[in-house]
Design a protein around this ligand. Structure first.
Ligand code: FA5
Ligand code: MG
Length: 418
């Protein structure tokens, strides 16, 4: 009994993560569903699709340093300020990111480690890690996913740039001999400008090297098919910490799929890392997105499955096609309620659903919003799809789980069910 009281006190004021206790405050929004994921380290398991993919990419960039065991707990300064995110960037808000308290959060991207890695003197490196975002729920979004950051810096002098141009010429030639169709954008443009700190010619050379390096990687991962050329598309993008910036999409199963963000690293990042007189590029790959294509994995929740019917299918170093072992029927439940006076953010709703029902939730959709013409009260209706990946879910079981969601909704947000 005493032990229990003690535990209660700790739980109210503190939060225990990876064997350490942290004080809670008004920003604390990390859920137990998320806490349970912190130590899974799927990307370190040699025969897990994410581990296999990490190793394949590391082997491709064999001259780079490789990091894959860095704690997900970072300061907001590391995740945002070091990368020149503006003070009012929406990613900083508690509706978008997980906070342990105001001074500590779960990284939302692997770019959070750019400054410290460059500061260690690493000039060409890959860093793979779990990242955390509060987001919608569907087959390709999950609040925890994995990214791989890749970066390379070069001397910002005429000789180093000449060397890089020679490397580029070699890569251009190599890519010409392969079965890949690349839709490109200009390296620099009015809407995707060179940084004022950079010589435009240097920036062009670095951006060209970024594109060639990634096109070769994509070819190594997705290519190897003689019947059909691989189609890759470069698109202008915006990130607070690169300029120019690009996204890359790969054409797969009749659809364009965004797999990475990239660009020429902001000079202020390199100055913070104490590596002036350098210029370089960085990219951030979404590993699940790529693994879903390569292994034919239809649902992002499967990566977290501990079912041997999933795990036993994969072998270290090999890309093999996933064979679905079950597709149990979905079970839809609608939930209509009047919003509390100060509203309810969709991410708060989704997180509560995920925390209460776990991975049984396949997706959550807002299907109706309504404002009462007389009282001005607002109501919403969400449709939740419950479906287990590992066994069949009876309607009674789904009802019981759904009842848990409803009571938590009332308790946590004070809403009135319609
Ligand atoms: C970033 O996170 C940047 N840090 C990438 C970057 C690095 C840009 C270095 C420039 C230089 P973005 O939010 O677009 O960017 O995410 C990068 C990739 O992660 C996406 O292309 C996608 O493949 C993957 N991704 C993003 N959100 C999710 C999600 N909710 N679930 C699964 N994969 C995701
Ligand atoms: Mg993006």
């Amino acid at each position: 009994k005493r032990g229990e009281t003690h535990r209660m006190r700790i739980c109210l004021r503190c939060i225990i993560l990876i064997h350490k206790s942290y004080p809670r405050d008004y920003t604390t929004n990390i859920t137990s569903a998320i806490i349970s994921k912190l130590q899974r380290q799927l990307h370190l398991q040699p025969s897990h699709p994410l581990g296999i993919l990490r190793t394949l990419i590391e082997n491709h960039f064999s001259s780079f340093s490789h990091f894959s065991d860095v704690s997900p707990l970072v300061t907001p300064a590391k995740n945002f300020d070091d990368l020149s995110f503006p003070a009012d960037h929406p990613g900083r808000s508690v509706t978008d990111s997980y906070y342990i308290n105001k001074d500590l959060m779960l990284r939302t991207h692997t770019s959070a480690h750019e400054v410290e890695t460059f500061a260690k003197g690493e000039r060409q490196w890959l860093l793979t890690a779990d990242v955390y975002r509060r987001d919608e729920i569907d087959a390709s979004h999950y609040p925890v996913f994995h990214q791989m950051e890749g970066a390379a810096i070069f001397g910002a002098d005429a000789n180093s740039m000449k060397e890089l141009e020679e490397k580029n010429a070699y890569l251009v030639n190599y890519l010409k001999s392969t079965n890949i169709i690349i839709e490109d954008v200009p390296h620099l443009s009015a809407s995707n400008p060179v940084q004022s700190a950079h010589d435009p010619h240097h920036a062009e050379t670095v951006a060209h090297n970024l594109k060639l390096s990634l096109n070769s990687l994509i070819l190594a991962l997705f290519g190897g098919r003689k019947d059909e050329p691989l189609r890759v598309r470069w698109i202008e993008a915006y990130f607070p910490f690169t300029s120019p910036s690009y996204e890359v999409e790969v054409f797969f199963n009749g659809k364009w799929l965004e797999i990475l963000g990239s660009g020429v690293v902001l000079q202020s990042t390199l100055e913070r890392a104490n590596v002036p007189n350098s210029i370089g590029w960085a990219f951030g790959l979404g590993l699940e997105r790529i693994a879903m294509i390569l292994f034919g994995i239809p649902d992002i929740r499967l990566f977290w499955s501990e079912d041997p019917r999933f795990l036993s299918q994969f072998l270290p170093g090999k890309i093999t096609n996933f064979k679905p072992y079950s597709r149990y029927p979905p079970c839809y439940k609608d939930l209509s309620f009047w919003l509390p006076e100060n509203g309810l953010h969709e991410n708060d709703f989704c997180d509560m659903v995920r925390d209460t029902a776990g991975d049984i939730v396949e997706d959550v959709q807002l299907i109706d919003s309504f404002t009462h013409p007389k009282t001005d009260r607002k109501s919403q209706c969400y449709r939740i799809n419950y479906r287990s990946m590992d066994n069949s879910l009876s309607n009674d079981q789904a009802n019981e789980i759904h009842a848990g969601v409803v009571s938590r909704l009332k308790e946590s947000f004070g809403v009135e069910i319609r």
